[in-house]
Structures are given as C-alpha cells and as structure tokens.
Write a protein that binds this ligand. Structure first.
Ligand SMILES: [Zn+2]
Length: 271
C-alpha cells in the first residue's frame, strides 16, 4: 500500500485492479475490491485500522472491480449499468473463478453472494463525509458502467479502466468515441494524482498517450474493414498499436486479447 496524498492510499499489489482508500475523520471510503477472497479480507483489515468503512464503490462491471464486495461492510455504490449487469451474474460464476485464482480462499466463499449496489448512480453523485467531498460521475468508454471518483480536497482522481497506465489497454467492450470524451472530462479536473484502473499511479499528462492508443486501435480496425477483410484476417494483419504488455495475472494470452479487441471493434463499427 502506498500513500499518495495526506488521506488517500492505493494498493496495487492485489489481483487485479488498483484499490483506493480515502480516510476521513468520519470514516473510510473504499474504491474497488480485490478479486481473491484472502486478499479481500486482508484489505478490509487494513482499512478498518484507519476507521469504520462507510462507503464502498465499484467503479465498473468487470469482476476484478466488484467480485470482493461481499467481504466488505459499508454502503455499496455503483453505476446503474453496473448494478443491472451484476443482477444477471450468478454467484456460481465467481465461485468458478475463485477455484482457479485463490484455492485457499474457498472456505471464505461458503455463503457468497454477488453484492448489488445499495445506491445506483445514473449520471453523478456527491458524497460529503467528514471534511471530504467524493464526486462520482459516469465515465463510459472502456465499459458502459464505468464511473470516475474525484476527490477535490486531495486533488486525486480514480479513473477506473479508462486509464491503463503502461499496461495493455483492454478494449474488449470499448466505445472508442465515449472513451475519448471521458478522457477529456478527466483532463478538466483539478488534480495532481491519477489513480488508473491498472498500472502505477500517474499524472494527467498520460491521458494523451492513453487516448492515442484508443484512437490508433479504432483507426486500424476501420482501415481493415474498408479493405474488405474479415475480422479474423484483420486480427492477423493488424499490429497492436499498444506498446505495453498485458498485466500479469489477468485472463487470456496476448494473442487472445488481441483477437478479442479486433473482433469487438469489428462488431462495434459494423453497427
Ligand atoms: Zn474493466
């Protein structure tokens, strides 16, 4: 765990996304949860040392961000999109994943349930806790349910998976146009610290590079479509415009992820 400002901590050594903690004088706000039950329990204990866990935020609908919510107390907040998707996710699916990624955590899964948001955000929501403000706002592009978390007093933003800092960007459900708009929105915030969904903490100067990676993927796929190639042919032809390696411990091989991105963007641009 690293301390990024006076009251904000980030853990980036637990599978798989970055975890955030805001400590206020009236309690703790947690941002995203570990995938592995054993880590979830550890992270909860760390948080409880700093105060009572008041709010828990899942910034998007992919399992690495919400799977561990069951192990935490506090009011759970997600976007409406995320809540709707989780309603359709069976607990058995999570069980199956845990068998592979955390066998020692299985005994903790006995009564596991997919935790659904107590409060669902349509566009934006502001929480006031202690001397702190927590601003949640829709941040689509990587996924429909993405949500940013801005802490103005700390000058920190949690971007969810709209930013993969120097890790391969996942565009498996991407809406590239919305993604670029979200980066623009982030760039307008008064911030010194950017906590990406994956990769080390960075600064807002990385938004441009992140946007270029998304743009180049979109251009490359549209170009092959104009040439009349099929999605498979395009996947074979396109050289990934992303210079960074896939984060370790995430599903799929580099090749599988490459194909998944191309076939998603093919479907997306074919309407
Ligand atoms: Zn994601």
């Amino acid at each position: 765990m690293i301390q990024v400002t006076k009251n904000v901590y980030v853990e980036n050594g637990m599978m798989a996304c970055n975890l955030g903690m805001l400590v206020t004088r009236e309690g703790v706000v947690l941002i995203d949860t570990p995938m592995q039950p054993t880590n979830a329990v550890k992270w909860r204990r760390e948080a409880e040392k700093k105060g009572e866990i008041k709010y828990l935020i899942n910034t998007e609908e992919h399992p690495d961000h919400w799977q561990g919510s069951y192990f935490f107390p506090g009011v759970l907040i997600t976007s409406q999109n995320t809540r709707a998707r989780l309603e359709k996710t069976p607990a058995a699916e999570v069980m199956e994943t845990v068998k592979h990624i955390d066998p020692p955590g299985l005994p903790l899964m006995k009564d596991y349930k997919v935790r659904l948001a107590d409060i669902a955000v349509e566009e934006s929501l502001t929480i006031y806790l202690g001397n702190h403000t927590v601003k949640l706002f829709r941040l689509p592009g990587h996924s429909a349910g993405g949500m940013g978390v801005y802490l103005p007093e700390e000058k920190v933003v949690f971007t969810s998976d709209v930013v993969f800092h120097k890790k391969k960007t996942w565009l498996q459900e991407a809406d590239p146009g919305a993604w670029l708009e979200s980066l623009k929105k982030l760039n307008e915030l008064h911030i010194n610290v950017v906590v990406p969904g994956h990769g080390d903490v960075c600064q807002k100067d990385y938004f441009k590079e992140q946007g270029d990676i998304v743009k180049k993927w979109a251009d490359a796929v549209q170009k092959t479509m104009k040439q009349g190639l099929t999605a498979d042919q395009a996947a074979a032809k396109i050289v990934s415009p992303d210079p960074y390696p896939k984060q370790e411990g995430t599903p799929m091989t580099e090749t599988e992820l490459h194909k998944t991105i191309v076939s998603h963007l093919y479907r997306y641009y074919s309407g």
